[in-house]
Design a protein around this ligand. Structure first.
Ligand code: XIL
Length: 354
């Protein structure tokens, strides 16, 4: 009787996904016959980087956050603290301390850092919004020179310009375009390169992942930059997707390939796959497939030497606040337990290269 009850209890625990401590070990044994290996180890073995967007507060307050991050990732992106309004909150005032905390963590744990982001139409401080249009070139040059200079030699890649193309594929009518004209993009890259010649400089955008008008516009933009000898080294594909809508993997591969053929690196920079809440177990399995297919497509196209997720635990994700009703977008759950998407990426990085 007792053993029957015990068995039932075990089955319940297994089915309800509570026996997660044992899962990584089991999955790795199944996949490779060796003890569990972290994503960062598997990625590094293939010369790849796997990263996540990181917030400062949980890093300081939750030991499991830093432990998981350091164990599983060999790259990080500051989620917010390098953005204009946070790092440069007053005309003559910079606030480097929060970003410095992330840099120190990255150094301690031998992680690369993606700098994010120098020029964007969002998270701009009020002092800048009320500055005179004529001052913008100098203000932006000073901003880029100071921020990139502060981290000179320590940042592998910078998202120099973020989301400059609107959904209708025209240049976004941002404060930057209004005050400086289209040339602001060229200038931003040139200033960033002058401040840190060793950093790889990226143009980063969303909805430009598969073939389509917006991807064509990004292609034309970066092609123009290259023709004008602007120092650009890569394109970032954000990849914020959902189970209902995600880019066609073979088109992602083709799009990555044509950008690679321009001589650029192409990386996924902000991957998350949001689910409708409450998320079903079956959706979490499908989510894992989407994660794997998209990264595989990018690799197939010759990109994704570095892949970054926009967070790593559902406990801290921008999704619920920005997409009401949606969540569960990342590869660890609220309690830092790996989800099917974790094992999908593990499987991808374990797979024999073709
Ligand atoms: C988001 C952050 O995750 C949020 O915390 C913040 O409130 C808004 O910005 N594309 C980008 C990222 O390039 O910088 C955005 O990050 C998500 C969309």
């Amino acid at each position: 009787m007792l053993s029957l009850a015990l068995l039932a209890c075990l089955i319940f625990i297994l089915l309800s996904g509570r026996a997660t401590v044992a899962q990584p070990v089991l999955a790795a044994h199944r996949a490779s016959g060796s003890p569990s290996r972290s994503l960062r180890t598997l990625a590094a073995d293939r010369g790849l980087f796997i990263g996540a967007a990181v917030a400062v507060k949980p890093l300081q307050e939750e030991p499991a956050y830093g432990a998981t991050l350091a164990r599983e990732f060999n790259m990080l992106t500051p989620e917010n603290v390098m953005k204009f309004s946070l790092i440069h909150p007053g005309r003559d005032r910079y606030n480097f301390a929060p970003a410095d905390t992330l840099m120190a963590f990255a150094r301690t744990h031998a992680m690369q850092v993606r700098g994010h982001t120098l020029v964007w139409h969002r998270q701009i401080p009020n002092w800048l919004k009320s500055a005179a249009a004529d001052d913008f070139p100098t203000l932006l040059q000073n901003h880029i020179t100071t921020v990139v200079g502060h981290y000179r030699g320590q940042i592998a890649a910078w998202d120099v310009v973020n989301e400059a193309i609107a959904d209708d594929t025209s240049l976004r009518n941002s404060l930057w375009l209004q005050t400086m004209g289209a040339n602001y993009i060229d200038l931003a890259f040139r200033w960033a390169h002058a401040a840190d010649p060793s950093a790889r400089l990226y143009y980063n955008d969303y909805s430009a992942e598969d073939m389509g008008a917006k991807a064509d516009a990004v292609y034309a933009l970066v092609q123009g930059l290259l023709q004008r000898n602007v120092p650009i080294h890569g394109v970032g594909l954000q990849m914020h997707v959902s189970l209902d809508w995600f880019p066609n993997p073979s088109e992602v591969a083709a799009n990555v390939r044509r950008l690679v053929n321009l001589g650029l690196a192409v990386d996924i920079t902000e991957l998350d796959v949001r689910l409708q809440e409450p998320a079903l177990a079956s959706d979490r399995v499908l989510q894992g497939r989407v994660y794997r297919q998209l990264v595989a497509a990018c690799l197939e196209g010759g990109g994704c030497q570095a892949t970054a997720l926009w967070g790593f635990t559902d406990r801290h994700s921008w999704v619920p606040a920005f997409f009401p009703g949606w969540g569960s977008a990342l590869i660890f759950d609220q309690d830092y337990r790996p989800k099917p998407a974790y094992y999908s990426l593990q499987g991808l990085f374990t797979q024999k290269s073709s």
